[in-house]
Design a protein around this ligand. Structure first.
Ligand code: SIN
Ligand code: FE2
Length: 204
């Protein structure tokens, strides 16, 4: 039986400690192996400033950003090669907690080293918001913030710890969210320190 999630706000569900230590370790190793093929990049925002979070992706398409805007591409913009494939463990997680029928076509990998954060934003570059976004936290604890569908809606913050999984779906799918800060040294999982967040999506 799958443990019931904590419902933080309707449509925003959290499964604390869903992944055990060995599952976390396996994912981190898979991510760093993939990053040798598809290197992490500090994309520029639409405002031209490089993001503090370094990103890469797995799957058929990967999220990218440059002065031309935000979009999903089927090639890594630096190497011109396809993105590495998604490990089976991620496909299985999506089937269990994301969507039982339609597989994800993208896993965005966010690497937060010292001082990295992510401003409040909506995930709205995906073709069909009926599919959820499933988020996996690895490494240092994040102070995560979530509000409503309007930027000015009240927000609340919660800590996401290594192994936690959360899901934005239904009424929370387009909620503004971001990462205020990372608590440095709160985990020893990530070589070189920091946090990795994986988000599984159906982008196209
Ligand atoms: C994101 O919104 O893409 C990242 C969220 C997180 O790092 O927890
Ligand atoms: Fe997001």
């Amino acid at each position: 039986m799958m443990a019931k999630p904590l419902v933080v706000t309707p449509g925003f569900d959290v499964w604390p400690g869903f992944l055990d230590a060995s599952a976390q370790d396996t994912l981190v190793q898979a991510v760093f192996a993939a990053a040798r093929e598809a290197p992490f990049n500090h994309y520029a925002t639409a405002y031209g400033k490089p993001m503090s979070v370094a990103m890469t992706a797995l799957g058929a398409v990967g999220w990218t950003s440059d002065a031309g805007g935000y979009r999903y591409l089927d090639r890594h913009p630096g190497t011109g090669r396809p993105w590495p494939s998604m490990p089976q463990a991620l496909l299985d997680l999506w089937r269990a907690l994301g969507d039982p029928e339609t597989p994800p076509d993208s896993c965005l990998v966010n690497l937060y080293r010292d001082g990295a954060r992510m401003g409040l934003h909506q995930d709205r570059d995906e073709a069909d918001p009926r599919f959820p976004v499933l988020s996996i936290s690895l490494g240092d604890t994040a102070v995560f913030r979530i509000g409503g569908a309007n930027r000015k809606d009240p927000t609340r913050s919660l800590k996401l710890v290594s192994g936690d999984i959360c899901r934005l779906s239904g009424p929370a799918r387009l909620s503004f969210h971001g990462v205020d800060r990372i608590l440095p040294g709160s985990s020893r999982l990530i070589p070189g320190g920091g946090r990795i967040n994986l988000t599984l999506r159906r982008a196209r």
